[in-house]
Design a protein around this ligand. Structure first.
Ligand code: GLN
Length: 614
């Protein structure tokens, strides 16, 4: 007998680890595949079904499986891939995770995001540890086995409190791509092992409507679905993305060629807002079909569904309502023109503008050519300015000019991360008179490095040379603007993604001239929120620089904005902008409606008319 075959047994042909606590038959899976092309909104689709299921009282756990070899999204260029989203535990991931968090109002973690790079590196690590018991390590069963392990571990973990009734799996890319083939194989194996009614396979496809023809063509969709079937997967349900509602003819052809009954083929045409999708799906009966496929009708809690749906419907009505105010908000972005690079800011604005009753036109501003001389023209017509996060030198001087203009002209300002740092630099240069003030990220030799990398600080925090990533508590000064915005909470939890920070050696000088550091690390001298004092409505004899709304955060408030609990810093920005555009008093904080809205948000009380601060 040859040595290499000695000891082989049928058992070792399979590698499908099942974690402790796993209940076969209890955990179910909905797997969404993309066909024809990427960018169809698999994440939006998957999170919309997950949302409906959560409303039904089921525990849901989404996961996105990316095909690329990067270990996470940390090094990806937002210009190519959209924004890098950061989770509470510091995971840097795809922006789809933001969609899941917002739709589900559920915090996610590294369990909910996986890349090929991470799977492979785990396989190689295990191999070095001798965990494969002398076997030659192969794509099947070992790599696919690790994929199944991830999915089953997530099922056991669920939402962190209870195990998942349903795991929603979004497979990145398109069926037929080289790099996601092993994911598709893994879920095929999973369905086989878990048995009937365990998995609902959904093919999200695209119906082309060439202008010249003026009709919908389904051939590309048919071919894409066929490709999925070649991989051994018979879809249970087909969702057709399209610009316009998909015609019956196109859907019939798809049903016929893919063995999927018409009642399980759905039109997923473009909508004004993604937040209307769950209700539209429900009307089409999509949730019932998935419940049937997974055989879990008996787990639905109708009372719960009615209660939570009501709140959501109120929000959707606000989204669709005619808005009382018209605002234009400028966002200075290096990636001006690419909304995906600032997806969470875009979404935070969408939520807040609906709650406050304003139609907000976002104007993306490229700052590379902005100077103190032309900034007035560039910002002309704006009701508020946001300087978002960013890395590197490009356009920074223009951003500093925008901060200066906003500060000196009472234009409501919200700075985020880099927008916080440039506000500090601007104040140092133009108020403290430190002409050489800068950040060592942008100019390592600047004479006053008010923003700098502080290795000593990082060492205390145990961060090494790395970025500050993920959620941390921020201590808020009582009586400050940020304290008011967050419902008089003295501790708020926020997500960070940055390397540089305010050098504490300068803090006293800033404060003496009126820059208030109203949010700080609970134990260390790390500045996390800055603001200017607000107008008192009467005299301001103390000579402090005052401003109706000038606030900036070293963290990223946009990452935690949710449709039903809109982000307070953005809400305040819009309230101040409304006041300004209406020519009212600067003291927008005294406005009853804003105050009531804030109070309601933080006490969970629902005031039907809350929102319009007029
Ligand atoms: N580049 C800055 C830093 O690393 C800001 C980062 C950001 O805006 N996300 O500190």
């Amino acid at each position: 007998m040859l040595a290499s075959t000695a000891g082989s047994s049928t058992e070792s042909e399979f590698y499908s680890p099942v974690p402790q606590g796993y209940r076969k038959g209890f955990h179910k899976y909905v797997v969404v595949f993309g066909t024809v092309m990427s960018g169809l909104g698999k994440g939006i689709f998957s999170s919309s079904i997950a949302k409906m299921f959560k409303e039904k009282g089921l525990v849901v756990a989404p996961i996105k499986m990316e095909g690329y070899l990067n270990i996470d999204s940390g090094t990806l260029n937002p210009y190519r891939h959209g924004e890098v989203f950061v989770l509470d535990d510091g995971t840097e991931c795809d922006m789809d995770l933001g969609t899941y968090e917002r739709m589900l109002d559920q915090n996610l973690s590294s369990r909910n995001f996986v890349t090929s790079g991470r799977i492979f590196s785990e396989v190689l690590e295990r191999e070095r540890l001798g965990k494969y018991l002398g076997r030659d390590v192969q794509m099947i069963p070992h790599v696919t086995g690790e994929v199944k392990r991830h999915l089953r571990e997530l099922a056991v973990y669920g939402d962190g409190t209870n195990p998942a009734d349903v795991v929603f799996v979004e497979i990145g890319g398109t069926v037929g791509d080289y790099e996601n083939g092993f994911y598709i194989e893994a879920v095929r194996e999973l369905a086989f092992e878990e048995g009937p009614n365990s998995c609902c396979f959904v093919a999200l496809t695209y119906i082309i409507e060439p202008k010249a023809l003026g009709e919908q063509k389904s051939k590309a969709a048919q071919l894409g679905i066929k490709r999925l079937m070649e991989a051994g997967i018979q879809p249970h349900l087909i969702a057709c993305r399209a610009t316009n509602p998909v015609t019956n003819t196109a859907m019939q052809k798809i049903a016929m060629f893919s063995n999927v009954p018409m009642r399980r083929v759905f039109s997923m045409h473009d909508r004004e807002s993604i937040y209307t999708i769950p209700e539209d799906m429900r009307q089409d009966g999509l949730d019932r079909e998935v419940l049937s496929i997974l055989d879990i009708h008996d787990r639905v809690d109708i009372g719960h569904e009615d209660r939570v749906r009501r709140r959501w419907t109120q929000f959707v009505h606000k989204l669709q309502a005619t808005r009382t105010y018209e605002l234009t908000v400028g966002i200075t972005g290096k990636y001006a023109g690419l909304r995906d690079a600032y997806a969470s800011i875009d979404k935070a604005m969408e939520h807040c503008s609906a709650h406050i009753g304003a139609r907000v036109d976002l104007r993306w501003i490229d700052t590379t050519a902005i100077t103190d001389h032309n900034v007035a023209d560039e910002l002309d017509g704006l009701d508020a300015v946001i300087v978002p996060g960013g890395f590197g030198q490009r356009g920074v001087e223009g951003k500093i000019s925008c901060v200066r203009y906003s500060r000196e002209h009472g234009l409501p300002y919200l700075g985020i991360c880099l927008g916080f740092q440039v506000a500090v630099i601007e104040f140092a240069r133009n108020v403290l008179g430190l002409a050489g003030a800068g950040s060592t990220e942008l100019d390592p030799d600047c004479s006053h490095p008010v923003i700098s990398e502080l290795p000593e600080q990082k060492r205390i925090e145990g961060l090494g040379g790395t970025m500050r990533l993920g959620a941390q508590d921020v201590q808020v000064t009582p009586g400050s603007l940020v304290h008011f915005l967050y419902g008089n909470n003295e501790t708020i939890r926020q997500r960070f993604r940055h390397r540089y920070e305010v050098d504490p050696a300068y803090v006293d000088r800033f404060q003496a001239k009126g820059l208030i550091f109203s949010g700080r690390h609970p134990a260390q001298p790390i500045m996390q929120v800055l603001e200017l004092a607000q107008p008192t409505g009467g005299d301001s004899a103390d000579g402090r620089i005052r401003h109706p709304y000038f606030i900036a955060a070293q963290f990223h408030p946009e990452l935690t904005g949710r449709p039903l609990s809109p982000q307070p810093m953005f809400m305040g920005l819009l309230a101040a902008a409304i006041r300004r555009s209406a020519g009212g008093s600067d003291a927008w904080r005294n406005d009853d409606n804003v105050a009531r809205w804030i109070r309601d948000q933080h006490t969970g009380v629902q005031t039907a008319s809350a929102g319009s601060p007029d």
